[in-house]
Design a binder for this molecule. Sequence first.
Ligand SMILES: [Zn+2]
Length: 441
Amino acid sequence: MSQPRDLQHEFYDMLMESQYWLPETMRAYQRSQLAQLLRHARANVPFYEKRLDPVFTASGDIDWDRWEELPIVTRHDMSAHRDEMLAREMPKGHGAAGTISSSGSTGRPIQITSNRLTVLAANANRWRAHRWHDLDWSATYTARAGSDERANYPDGLVRGPWGPPWDPSARLGRVIELHSNASMEQNIEFLQRTASRYYSTGPKTLHVMALEVERRGLDLKLHYVLAHGGHADDQDKAACLRVFGARTLEHYSSKEAGQIAYPCPTGNGMHINAESVLVEIVDADGRAVPRGESGRVIVTPFVSTAQPLIRYDQGDIARFGSPCQCGRHLQTIAAVEGRSIAIFTHPDGRRIATMLSEKARSALQATFWQIAQVGPLEFEIRYVPQSPQATADEAVAIAMFRDSFFSDAQVRFVRVRDIPLTAAGKFIEYINEWSSIEAGT
Ligand SMILES: [Zn+2]
């Protein structure tokens, strides 16, 4: 079985070069990938049989100027049309399919079917980002994840190397999975005992753990923390740097689209993995927003052939950044402003998805918060005070809220000890509890 490994290695080597390709070279590459995906989907996936007609000319060529006429695939489509979205035939060499579930932060779980090439692309993109940040593949990496009983504290589950198999130093490394039910104290002890240099978990868990290590005056140094399953804000990152001496490597990914972007080691933005996924940022009508403006993130992963996703809206709001000065031509995302962010609604029909300014958090002297729509025009800001003595300037926070959302919004505040995680272990900052009541779900 040397074939898969070689393909993996080849793709990784390509990525190390293609990051410097000129934009027009990358566009040509993307179009050749997209053309294969579109032809495959049209021929083998019932859901796409007619849907792709706008871009196909009478002679069977692809008219790229009409790309934005392709209807956007929604999360709802994923559950409502699950069977029609699966390929009846697979392109040669794309490998056997496997299915995973995504709980999402709201709504019902969806299923996504992937294939061997999606795994291969995800690995290569991850390893490229590791190289950007000079991660040491020979070190120990603790991944707090999952519910496999073999990963229980105190031993965890040793999974072996986490770098590329062809790299000699990577053979010395090991990743250890630690069950997500291990307590904060157990996590800290585990990282110290295993001399882990890397640790991955959710950004809020990282933040809470940093505060705990600091409070107890412990010594726990890490090279990098790898945040996933939520957005690491500036305060989360600052806490990890201050306490662990660790930079934060936050990747932007989804189960549907794979690895989407990784932070540049020198610039401010996240470089898109443009060899693996087409990322668009569009307005309500599915048209590209003007440069620098925020919009919905629409993804088309090239090698997801078992269940093609062509112009899929995964529910994030983001904006593109300016070209990076680091020498890589991969387009950047300046900020993912909302990860599955909630849409707040007004009785007059307005719908707004944005984030409340961090200045409001400062005004409240809050660490964590959750902002919920709880009625037609009623909102609740639940927050954890920085200390029991913290005094909140609610008037300032209300003014900012009304400025960002609705000028006639009614806002009330609830001080809480902590923000509960969802059953799936996710931390939700924005939630519309009113629309789910209206919809009767
Ligand atoms: Zn860069």
